[in-house]
Design a protein. Sequence first.
Length: 254
Amino acid sequence: MKALYTLLLTWVSCFPGWGQKEEMEQLRNKLKIEKIDTSKIHLIGDLARLLLMNSDTVEAIQLLKEGLILCKKQNYDYGYGHIYHQWGFYRQGISQFDQAEKYYQLSYEYYRKSKKDTAPLGAATALGNLGLIAQYKGDIERAIKLYLQSLDIWQASGLSERYTTIGNIYANVAGLYSKEGQYEKAIYYDKKGIETRHRFLKRDSDLGSAYLFLADDFTKNKQLDSAKKYLTTAQALVDEFNVPVLYLRYYGVT
């Protein structure tokens, strides 16, 4: 089965790693001494996200409520976008998809209103996660539309790290078309994802997965010579990176 990539946020239920523990403590300390409300809002959203990723919902929810109070006090559109996004993240993590959709939509609308330079990427992230929710709810056509809207914004950005998100969006769209049996379209977006990763010299296990997905779609489309070609490339990457999940995907394809 193809992997499902989120954009900037992914739900993880686990004990926090040492790096995350340190980061959370740093954010708590910064929050204690920060005097500017808009800066506090950013810190609150970032800390709440890490807490949610590690299943500490009580502190996260309290922080998000405080964040909304500060947003209202400052009439801060960007802050609303940031805080509502974390609310969506929380609702998504507990499978309350209608509520998650509502909060991601609010996040998108407030980011669109904001004049802050990074607001378009906030809007793009919200769109991508709205696509993810549509996918969970089985509305494939809407999911693809939202992913591609998000893609347009990311492609227009100058952020050097955008290649990861762009590649993941292509993979998601390809996966949806493959699921629908539209293998020619799936192959097109598989290739676009691989081209993106090569263009930005992104050589990692995600590249190996991308080749495996492409080979899989060629196989489903009964283009076995092409499938063999890309599977050979994927095999070399599987051996190179020695990542367990990549081995599992490789042997799943073969």
